[in-house]
Write a protein of this length. Structure first.
Length: 392
């Protein structure tokens, strides 16, 4: 059986040709004989089994070696993994997940970057996402993550339905420092937590899909492209299911324990604060009223350029008879269950203090806030900082 394929454009003889060489081989046609593709001259002379790229009428590209279309494999240019051929042989020109690694290609099929992403731990209340950069072919790109996470559940019809947010989801902090897949063009490895119970309530048994945004910035022109990672997982609830392993330990005073005392900064070129006495807090307003739904304060490191860790969930204390008394939150051990340690830093900053803002929603409190003197309590490293205000 013979079948002819008229070339839409010149047949490219080698991978190097597609990568930029001008040594293209021109031919009138490629013909398939008994499943093998041959190159024929203008006069109909068979020049042998074809090796090189072929472009179909729909623009798709395929690669042949000795007349056989290659499938499900990589092609390297100068020893660098560059092109990927899907299971039908079609060259990848978008995003594709291969062996647990997510790869991104440009419109010409060239690999831009790749990273590993997997759900490491799931309980009814929490999820831990593991991220690690794998390969960065385009050194001009900066890839970083958002904290915005969506959870969907598969219904009985096999369709995905987004879980509704809980009334407490307002307390979730969206100010997570940007997680970068590569730092100074070198792979970076990190974990990101999702407080499922706070956002959606506790999970029941079922099939789920987590989606999280990430961004690709071209450092030459600051153009940013948004992408979404989606990972499916199954959760089976049992009596032994517990989120305790993901809850920070509590000291006798109920404070979150600072777990990073012996750590260095995870970002090359960023110096980590080693004296948390240098951190200060400034309240957003001296007086809050019933018209306000939350209080906030800005925390800053007075050591220029130093990065520091802080806890996302502040406490609140009220001055009663000359003593500071803790004001309870709605959920027992609320701050310990839903707070997270964040690293405050600005990449490359050497001229000004690093700072961040933390909020306390008044409807998180177990009791209605009344007139009096209060202070927000923010945990920075192994110390506390305070920001006083009046409520009238």
């Amino acid at each position: 059986m013979k079948r002819s394929l008229k070339l839409v454009a010149a047949a490219l003889a080698t991978i190097a040709t597609m990568a930029g060489s001008s040594a293209a081989v021109y031919a009138d046609s490629l013909r398939t004989v008994d499943g093998i593709k041959y190159l024929y001259s203008d006069s109909g002379v068979n020049k042998g089994k074809y090796t090189g790229w072929a472009k179909a009428s729909d623009g798709s590209r395929y690669y042949y070696k000795n007349g056989v279309r290659l499938k499900s494999c990589w092609l390297a240019v100068n020893g660098v993994r560059t092109y990927y051929l899907r299971n039908n042989g079609k060259m990848a020109t978008d995003d594709i997940r291969i062996g647990g690694v997510n790869y991104s290609f440009d419109n010409n099929g060239k690999l831009q970057f790749g990273f590993e992403a997997k759900i490491e731990t799931v309980t009814e209340s929490n999820l831990i996402l593991y991220l690690r950069g794998k390969i960065l072919n385009n050194k001009k790109l900066d890839i970083f993550w958002d904290s915005d996470t969506t959870i969907e559940r598969k219904n009985k019809s096999g369709e995905w339905e987004t879980l509704p947010f809980t009334e407490s989801s307002y307390a979730y902090s969206w100010s997570t420092p940007q997680i970068r897949l590569f730092v100074d063009n070198k792979p970076n490895e990190t974990e990101a937590g999702v407080n499922i119970e706070l956002l959606y309530g506790k999970l029941s048994s079922g099939e789920y899909r987590m989606s999280r945004n990430y961004y690709v910035r071209n450092t030459l022109n600051d153009e940013i492209t948004s992408k979404t990672l989606s990972l499916e997982f199954t959760f089976e609830k049992s009596e032994s299911t517990s989120s305790d392993a993901l809850v920070p330990e509590s000291s006798g005073a109920g404070d979150p324990v600072f777990p990073y005392g012996s750590m260095t900064s995870p970002f090359e070129g960023t110096e980590l604060e080693n004296n948390y006495s240098n951190i200060s807090a400034v309240i957003g307003k001296d007086v809050y009223t019933s018209a306000d739904t939350f209080a906030y304060c800005d925390i800053s490191d007075n050591n220029i350029g130093k990065a520091f860790y802080y806890y996302s969930q502040p406490y609140l204390e009220k001055l009663v008879n000359g003593k500071w008394v803790n004001v309870s939150l709605k959920q027992q051990e609320y701050a310990l269950e839903f707070g997270e340690w964040y690293l405050c830093y600005i990449e490359g900053n050497t001229t000004k203090p690093n700072s961040s803002r933390v909020k306390l929603m008044f409807n998180q409190l177990a009791e209605t806030i009344t007139s009096g003197t209060y202070r927000m309590v923010v945990f920075v490293g192994d110390k506390r900082v305070y920001a006083n205000f009046r409520y009238e």
